[in-house]
Design a protein around this ligand. Structure first.
Ligand code: NAD
Length: 418
């Protein structure tokens, strides 16, 4: 039986094919885009605190770099495998192209549960992985960033280790760094902010008032918690349900997104949050009678088995690939407005791009400048994808792929690739 990640890879290939066919492209473009241009698999031995050596497997994939250096996060999670990393790198190419950034797509990861490691073990693992990738990444070829299971501290170690390897400071080799060593203001909350901008634009087009609207969120990590807090702060909406790897919490009067974020930071998950009136399973969360549903955890959470429970009017894909292709089409056909991941969560890579630009120029921007530029790029991309979806009578996901692949195809043709 095909693994979950190889099935997801197959679904993305089908999505690429559909967009190439809609654009009337010859098969050369699909043949180039259906797989990564280059990949790396490394064995990473690490001395553990108890003196034993554990050997980890790490991956990095460059899907396509016709637009510029490859860009994408690093995931530390027990489910990471090569097909997952390849698929995530493909989504990065389309995301960067859809938003109009001069980047290709990359992704990497290690099969590990970082929660099982001490801080020292995590640092040694990260530095060893960085050394193993040191010819594959660089501020001119491939710029990693954070993702599930990694954070600003991990990015700081990568920056430091690469700088030691090369013999000079290379802040632009990785984004999502702490602000004090070259990170960008606004990067931590950028993905959540972009999600809320996309949600606001979708609600506007559908004539739905966001003030007082209800929100259900899966995942309350970096992306989910900032999306929750900004939904309350910028839209006046009310987060009523949240579910994560520890459990689910609900309060019809609102959970208080900020207080919940503080609780999660302290306790590692939402379970036991005192502001909750009842517990929720994952599918109970998806089935809540809310206006907006925001999956912000992992892939393949909404499938043919559970899509029928969803009552939300707008589903904003903050996570990468939370909805299977088939479930997404069914949702769209029954009137759920699905804002696809490659648009909805593009705020993170957009501010990562701003961070890299600031590092290369050694010239740093104010928070207002960062947020203003993010707002402009997100709204422009939303508009272009929305207009095209109306014009071609296609769903928002297909429209985002068509826009992204049209730009990539033009670049590949001009550069003589196809
Ligand atoms: P994170 O590690 O900060 O948080 C992950 C969240 O998912 C946590 O709340 C965790 O409890 C939850 N989770 C994990 N396993 C779960 C399970 N089995 N069931 C329910 N919840 C589960 O990660 P993040 O950076 O917030 O990333 C979340 C998603 O957003 C991922 O799909 C990631 O690829 C995507 N994304 C992240 C960024 C970014 O800037 N961090 C940018 C674009 C997309």
């Amino acid at each position: 039986m095909a693994s979950k990640s190889s099935e997801t890879l197959r679904q993305v290939q089908a999505q690429i094919k559909e967009a190439c066919d809609l654009l009337g492209l010859n098969n050369n473009y699909y043949e180039i885009l259906k797989q990564p241009l280059r990949t790396l698999e490394v064995t990473v031995p690490v001395k553990m605190d108890d003196g034993t050596v554990r050997v980890f497997t790490g991956y990095r994939s460059h899907h396509n770099d016709v637009m510029g250096p490859a860009k994408g996060g690093l995931r530390y999670h027990p489910d990471v495998d090569f097909d997952e990393v390849k698929t995530l790198s493909m989504w990065m190419t389309f995301k960067c192209s859809a938003i109009g950034l001069p980047y290709g797509g990359a992704k990497g990861g290690i099969t590990v549960d970082p929660k099982e490691l001490s801080a020292g073990e995590l640092e040694r693992l990260t530095r060893a992985f960085t050394r193993a990738m040191s010819d594959f990444i660089g501020d001119d070829r491939d710029i990693p960033a954070g993702d599930v299971g990694t954070n600003a501290q991990v990015m700081a170690w990568i920056y430091d280790e690469m700088s030691k390897q090369k013999g000079y400071n290379m802040p632009g080799v990785v984004t999502g760094k702490p602000v004090s060593i070259g990170g960008s203001l606004g990067r931590t909350e950028a993905t959540g902010r972009g999600v809320i901008i996309a949600l606001r634009e979708a609600a506007k087009r559908l004539g739905i008032e966001t003030k007082g609207a209800t929100v259900a969120l899966q995942g309350y990590g970096n992306v989910g918690s900032h999306a929750g807090m900004l939904a309350e702060e910028l839209l006046g909406a009310k987060v009523v349900g949240v579910q994560d790897h520890t459990g689910g919490v609900y309060n019809e009067n609102g959970l208080d997104a900020k207080a919940l974020a503080a609780y999660v930071a302290e306790n590692g998950g939402v379970k036991g949050y005192p502001g909750s009136t009842r517990e929720l399973t994952r599918d109970e969360l998806f089935g809540l009678d809310v206006d907006f549903l925001i999956p912000a955890a992992l892939e393949n959470q909404i499938t043919d088995e559970n899509e029928h429970v969803i009552k939300a009017k707008i589903l904003v894909e903050a996570a990468n690939g939370p909805t299977t292709a088939s479930a997404s089409k069914k949702l769209w056909d029954r009137g759920v407005f699905v804002v696809p991941d490659i648009l909805a969560n593009a705020g993170g890579v957009t501010v990562s791009y701003f961070e890299w630009v600031q590092n290369l120029q050694n010239f740093y921007w104010s928070l207002e400048e960062v947020n203003g530029r993010l707002e402009r790029l997100m709204v422009e991309a939303f508009d272009a994808i929305y207009e095209q979806h109306n014009e071609l009578k296609i769903d928002m996901r297909t429209s985002a792929y068509v826009l992204a692949i049209r730009r990539l195809a033009e670049a590949m043709e001009l550069r003589g690739w196809a």
